[in-house]
Design a binder for this molecule. Structure first.
Ligand SMILES: C[S@@+](CC[C@H](N)C(=O)[O-])C[C@H]1O[C@@H](n2cnc3c(N)ncnc32)[C@H](O)[C@@H]1O
Length: 311
């Protein structure tokens, strides 16, 4: 398996503005790539609280971060449940990292169905043990209008209707069981409508939409953002990397609102909300990977990073 290369690593470390002995939440531990460098920066006693929904990711991170001993606290849970664990931290949180999406380890695991080439599964859940519907169930049993809505809302897929039709026709004959079978259906539709071949796989948007839907990814982000800011010490930094314009929009809008002292509608003559700004924005324009980084790590291509600081 190829290792997952942490995206925008130098920019993340600089953005978190770490000091010796500080404590950091890595909300999406993955393979522990970012955390490894963070732990060196916050040595000798600084701690990481690392969340990941995927128990295999936690195992990979444990191996990589073994040398840091009990300076790492592993939590195999959804980062949106942060509040549940807050009372267990008897120390302040000085920085938080949220690196969204999936890791290369998950993409390469052929049984998970995250990849267009997976021949043995169509699951797409970060937490394999979760009882919520997996991608195979959604594709094979959801109503036409629900599938169209998922592909539109979470993938902005222009051929949502046509792809859904083809899925419905196919599943009448046989169950769609793997990532490969699904991507072949989508490719067939794309070839019918677009003669030119694009560099991006035609199934990209549908796969992204399904993954976001199955894991309730937008809800997780929306629930986490306010709690993350609440838990941070004043002056603490919060760095978010997203890989999808809809995700980035949620983050951008939330951060903008939280920089304002009043969020009343403009037509109100005086403030009634008593809202107080809780953060300031550190990077005025979005941070993206350099061409050199993309050459080495193509998976980082769509990364967008935002940094804010708790007031
Ligand atoms: C892009 S990877 C993180 C990679 C990591 N920064 C590194 O350098 O190795 C994202 C990770 O977040 C996890 N994840 C996604 N949604 C999550 C959630 N709601 N709660 C906890 N972990 C989540 C995925 O399982 C995946 O391992």
């Amino acid at each position: 398996m190829k290792p997952h290369i942490p995206a925008l690593l130098n920019e993340v470390i600089e953005g978190l503005n770490l000091k010796s002995n500080q404590n950091v939440i890595d909300a999406t531990l993955g393979g522990g790539g970012h955390s490894e460098v963070i732990l060196e920066k916050i040595a000798p006693n600084g701690r990481i609280i690392g969340f990941d929904l995927d128990s295999s990711a936690i195992e990979i991170a444990k191996k990589r971060l073994e040398k840091f001993g009990n300076r790492v606290i592993y939590i195999n849970d959804n980062y949106q449940n942060l509040k549940k664990y807050e009372s267990q931290f008897d120390f302040g949180i000085n920085a938080i990292l949220l690196d969204l999406g999936l890791s290369l380890y998950q993409l390469q695991d052929k049984s998970r169905g995250f990849s267009f080439l997976d021949e043995s599964g169509l699951d797409m859940k970060y937490n394999k043990d979760q009882t919520s519907p997996d991608a195979k169930y959604v594709i094979n049993s959801y109503k036409e209008e629900d599938l169209i809505k998922i592909f539109n809302d979470f993938g902005e897929e222009k051929l949502a209707k046509q792809i859904t039709r083809e899925i419905i026709n196919t599943r009448k004959v046989k169950e769609i069981k793997t990532g490969l079978e699904l991507s072949e259906i989508i490719t067939r539709i794309y070839r019918r409508f677009y003669k030119k071949h694009s560099r991006t796989n035609p199934a990209t948007k549908v796969f992204q939409a399904l993954r976001i839907y199955v894991n309730r990814e937008f809800e997780n982000i929306e629930n986490f953002l306010p709690d993350a800011i609440k838990v941070l010490e004043p002056g603490g930094r919060f760095v978010v990397i997203s890989y999808h314009s809809l995700e980035d929009r949620i983050i951008k809008n939330y951060f903008r609102t939280e920089t304002r002292d009043c969020i009343c509608p403009l037509e109100l003559p005086e403030c009634r909300c008593n809202h107080k700004a809780s953060i300031k924005i550190i990077n005025k324009s979005i941070i993206i990977p350099t061409k050199e980084e993309i050459d080495v790590n193509p998976a980082s291509e769509s990364a967008k990073m935002r940094i804010v600081e708790k007031i």
